[in-house]
Write a protein that binds this ligand. Structure first.
Ligand code: ADP
Length: 398
């Protein structure tokens, strides 16, 4: 089957066309500035050059049309016609408590996703616009919604409830949901596979360390805790997000800086994390490592605070599961940034991880970092959220 995987944001649309039998990407690309002046598309067929061009995209339907025209283009296309697309998999950010797995999209499902809009006001409506646009252009093609939150729906109440009046949970569903679920699921499964074991027999901690970052505790195949909460702001220090804070800071800062609460939250989302800690130097971990190595103290402190927080979460999740067998690093930083992995390694040696300095130099590939016979296997497992979405899509439409 050929599956089109769509990740639709408010002004962007990422896509991959995947051959599900061979699990190969046939083409991928990104539309940016949809509905804004200067909209452009970058399209890349497998094995070919990336072509970037400006093109008018007044709305998402126009963007989907353009994607189809690229996929079927004589020069840069990879299929002859639209009819070769067998199914579409949509990445959905928030499924609330309504979805504990992927589903085939119908009107009832769309309504249930809309019911979660309050929980992800920036993401869910944008994801749904992507669905509507694809439905308009590919009527009759089955579509599947794959949720970032679904994998974490197995968390027990003690992990997902905040210490707030219970009434707020009942009235507004304020609780921890967790995100990056597709990645935590994919990576924990793959880690077990690499080790030749059944995930149902393992206690795995997955560290998804990208621009956005989260840690999860996957016990015997189920997520029992994860660091992101009601929104992706909770937990680790990230590229630009603060992660855990004393909630009293919000009103304190609002008063001092003359901001509204939502303006403070905006600072917490966009100007904090390692960007904020490095005094605005960069949110990119490559830049920070380089700067730190050439004497930028602020960048060094940002990385130290980052690694310390990851280390603390690993410790917490080892406790949550009463043990840990495997720690898997994934996403941009987890897969590639040997320096940051080594810094995190400093905090988890007591678990019996024995990370080998030579093996830890590897970037972007599956590898076991621990010495043979280590009590806890530490490894790098590259994530592939698009492939996971394509697999889910095929599983449901077949
Ligand atoms: P997201 O998908 O959340 O936007 P990614 O998973 O792509 O983010 O991660 C982005 C981060 O990964 C950046 O901070 C970047 O510096 C880091 N990264 C990517 N490639 C490398 C590399 N080769 N070496 C070190 N860090 C890298």
């Amino acid at each position: 089957m050929k599956v089109l995987v769509i990740n639709c944001g408010s002004s962007s649309l990422k896509y991959q066309l995947i051959d599900s039998e061979r699990e190969e990407v046939l083409a991928k690309g990104l539309c940016e500035r949809i509905g804004i002046d200067g909209s452009n598309i970058a399209h890349q067929p497998a094995g070919g050059e990336k072509v970037k061009e400006e093109a008018a995209m007044p709305d998402h339907t126009a963007a989907v049309k353009l994607v189809i025209s690229k996929l079927t283009d004589e020069k840069v296309g990879v299929i002859r016609s639209l009819t070769e697309i067998d199914a579409v998999g949509h990445r959905m950010v928030h499924g609330g408590e309504n979805f504990s797995g992927s589903v085939i999209i119908n009107e009832e499902v769309i309504k249930a996703i809309e019911d979660c809009n309050d929980l992800a006001p920036l993401h869910n409506p944008a994801n749904l616009i992507g669905v509507r646009s694809c439905q308009a252009i590919m009527p009759g093609v089955p579509m599947v919604a794959v949720f970032d939150t679904a994998f974490h729906q197995t968390m027990p109440e003690k992990a997902y409830l905040y210490g707030l009046p219970y009434d707020y949970y009942k009235k507004y569903k304020i609780r921890r949901y967790g995100f990056h679920g597709t990645s935590h699921d994919f990576v924990s499964k793959r880690a077990a596979e690499i080790l030749g074991k059944d995930r149902k027999d393992l206690k795995i901690i997955v560290c998804h360390l990208g621009n956005g970052a989260s840690v999860s505790a996957v016990k015997y195949g189920e997520s029992v805790d994860t660091s992101m909460g009601l929104t992706p702001l909770e937990g680790l220090i990230m590229g630009t997000r603060s992660g855990d804070l004393d909630p009293a800071i919000i009103s304190f800062l609002a008063e001092k800086e003359g901001m509204t609460a939502s303006q403070v939250i905006d600072v917490c989302n966009k100007k904090s994390g390692v960007l904020g800690l490095s005094d605005g130097y960069s949110s990119d971990f490559r830049d920070l490592v380089q700067a730190s190595e050439t004497g930028n103290e602020q960048a060094k402190h940002a990385l130290e605070a980052y690694a310390y927080r990851v280390g603390k979460y690993i410790g917490a999740y080892a406790a949550a599961m009463n043990g840990v067998d495997v720690i898997a690093f994934t996403a941009g930083v987890g897969e590639n940034n040997a320096e940051v992995r080594a810094m995190i390694g400093e905090y988890i040696g007591y678990l019996g991880t024995n990370i080998d300095a030579e093996r830890n130099k590897v970037r972007g590939e599956e590898i076991i970092l621990s010495d043979e016979g280590s009590k806890v296997v530490t490894m790098v497992v590259p994530t592939n959220e698009e492939l996971a979405i394509a697999r889910e899509t095929v599983r449901l439409v077949k």
